[in-house]
Design a protein around this ligand. Structure first.
Ligand code: FES
Length: 108
């Protein structure tokens, strides 16, 4: 479905997507690398488990949220891929981190 416009001459690296080894060019974002590998479903919606994938590729739509190296709610279009990185699809909503749970108005 997606293909690179031109060869880049950049080095190839490998990372893990749901127990599969995926090749990417260094400096790719996780989203660009997965789309180039034919992976288009990145998460499921919390309410109805509908599949979602990257839409804007610039950090606006949040349809690319994934679990990257064990950390949920990461925008795959904003994270540069790294050798050995472990990426899985995000299923539904993930719990907010401790800093998010305490930021409900700053004591006001
Ligand atoms: S694709 Fe829209 S925020 Fe990542």
């Amino acid at each position: 479905m997606f293909k690179r416009i031109a060869e880049t001459g950049r080095n190839l690296i490998e990372f893990e997507f749901e127990s599969q080894t995926v090749s990417a060019h260094d400096e790719d974002t996780v989203a660009a690398a997965l789309l180039a590998a034919g992976k288009i479903q990145f998460r499921d919606t919390p309410e109805k488990d509908r599949p979602r994938g990257p839409f804007c590729m610039m950090g606006v739509c949040f349809d690319c949220l994934m679990v990257i190296d064990g950390v949920p709610n990461r925008q795959a279009c904003q994270v540069q891929v790294a050798p050995g990185m472990k990426v899985v699809r995000q299923k539904g909503a993930s719990a907010a981190g401790p800093e998010d749970a305490s930021s409900s108005g700053g004591g006001a």
